[in-house]
Design a binder for this molecule. Sequence first.
Ligand SMILES: Cc1cc2nc3c(=O)[nH]c(=O)nc-3n(C[C@H](O)[C@H](O)[C@H](O)COP(=O)(O)OP(=O)(O)OC[C@H]3O[C@@H](n4cnc5c(N)ncnc54)[C@H](O)[C@@H]3O)c2cc1C
Length: 459
Amino acid sequence: MASNFQVIVVGLGIAGAVSAILLERAGIDYVVLERAPQLRRNGTAISLNAQTLRLFEQLGLLDQLLAKAMPLRQIVFFRQKKMTSKNKKSNNNNNNNSNNNNNNLQRLTAIPLDQLEHRHGYPSILLSHADLMETLLAAIPPDRIHWNKRVLDVTEYRACVAVKTQDSTIYDGQIVLGADGAYSAVRHHMFRHLKKRGRFVPDSDFEGRRVRLEMSVAAGTAEHLDRWMYKSLRESTVDMMAIVGDDGPHMAWLLPLKGERICWLVGTKQREIQKARNDHAFRLSEWELRADRSMYDQARDLKLPIAGTLGDLIDRSNSQDIVQVMVDEKCFKTWFSDRMVLIGDGATQAILDAVCLVNLLHQMPKTTNREIHRIFSTYYDQRYPVVQSALQSSNMIAGLAAKTGKVANMARKIASTLIPQAAMTYALDRLMVHRPIASFLPPPPARGKVLPRTQTSMV
Ligand SMILES: Cc1cc2nc3c(=O)[nH]c(=O)nc-3n(C[C@H](O)[C@H](O)[C@H](O)COP(=O)(O)OP(=O)(O)OC[C@H]3O[C@@H](n4cnc5c(N)ncnc54)[C@H](O)[C@@H]3O)c2cc1C
C-alpha cells in the first residue's frame, strides 16, 4: 500500500465493503473491523441502477452482479380494497376455482423502468443482499478483514485515532470510517468527542430523539418456488410490486429474484407498534436480528397479485434469514469530527458516499488535522444535499405505497393518471445523471443517451 496513512473501516455491510474495495484500488492502507464472526446471510434484496452500476463496471464487478440479478421492468402499485360481504363471497367462490383470482386487488399505477438502460447505459436490477455481499467480499483481500471485532471505543488524539474492540485490541490509524449501520458506535463516540470539545451538535442528532418511527418491516426470501405457479419466475425481466391494504395495518412488497426466489417485505405501521417501541430490545434492534414472527404472521392471508398468499411465501422462507428493520426518515446533520467520518444509510447512497470520500482521500496530500478537515468538509458539502433529496424521494415513493385512506388513494390516482410520462422520465434523468466513478482508475466505456454529470470530487 502506497499511502502514508491508515483508514480503519468499522463495519462490513455494503458501505464498509465498497469502501474497502475502493481503498484497496486507491492504494490507501486500511483495515476493516466487523463485529460478526463471518458474513451473515439475510433474506433481503437490493435494487441497483446506473447510479452505482457504472462504478461496478469500472471495478470489474458488473458482469458478476448481472449474472446474479434480474432486470426490473417496472414498479407496480396495488391496492387491497376493503372486504365487503359481497366481494368476500365472490372471492371465496373464486378461490375454490383458482388460486390466482382476487377481485379485491386493484392495480393503481406503475413506474416504468425498462427505458433506463437506453437512457443511462445500465438496467435497473434486483438481487439478493447475500449475493451482492458475496460478490463484494470476494473483491477484498481476506487479510484486510478482521471478524469478531466489535468496536467499543474510539478516541481521537492530535495526530491519530485509536479504536478499541471487545477483545481489548487497540487499532491505531489516522482516520476512522464509520460504516457500522443505523445505530453506529462510531457516531456515538463522534458526538461524545464533539461535545467534550464544546463543538456544536444539533439536538436532533442525538440518539434519544433519533427514531421518528414510521414503520417496522420484516423481510425474507421464499426459495425453491414453483415456476409454473409464479409467472414472474418464468420471465426475463421482473416487476417489483407494492400492495397497500385498506383493511389492515400492513403493506407488502414483492421482489422477484433470480433462481426461483421471491423476496417479500411486510411493513407494519407505527400505531401498531407503539407498544413495542417502549421495549428496549426492540428499540436497539437492527436488521440482522431475527424478526418477531407475530409481526409478519398477521399478514399471512394477504392475497398476492402474482399467485397465492403471503403465507405461501413465508412458509417457503428460511426463518433464520427473516429480518426486521425499523424505517425512519432521519438524516443526521453531523457527519464528521476531527478524524472520524460516517458513511451509509441506504445501499445506493452508501456506495455513492464511499466513492466520493475515497476519491477525496486519494487526493489528500498529508494527514494534518487541517487537511483532514478540508477533505471531510468537501465530502459533506458534496454529499449532504444529495442524500437529503434522495431521502425525500424515497419517502415520497414509500408514502405513495404505504399510506391508506381517501387522501392517499387520491394521491395515488393523481400519480397514476395525471403525471405525464415525460415528467417521470425527467425526474429519473435528473437522478441518474449522478453516477460517479473512482477518479484514480481508468473510466468505464461511455454508455447511455443521457451522459453522466462531471464529478466535482475528481478534480
Ligand atoms: C428489505 C430491504 C430492502 C432494501 N432495499 C434497498 C434498495 O433497494 N436500495 C437501497 O439503497 N437500500 C435498500 N435497503 C437498505 C439497505 O439495505 C441498507 O441501508 C444498507 O444495507 C445499509 O448498509 P450499511 O453497510 O450502511 O449498514 P449495515 O448493513 O447495517 O452494516 C453495518 C455493519 O456494521 C457492523 N457493525 C455494527 N456495529 C459495529 C461495531 N460496534 N463494531 C464493528 N462492527 C459493527 C454490523 O455487524 C454490520 O455488518 C433495503 C433494506 C431492507 C431491509
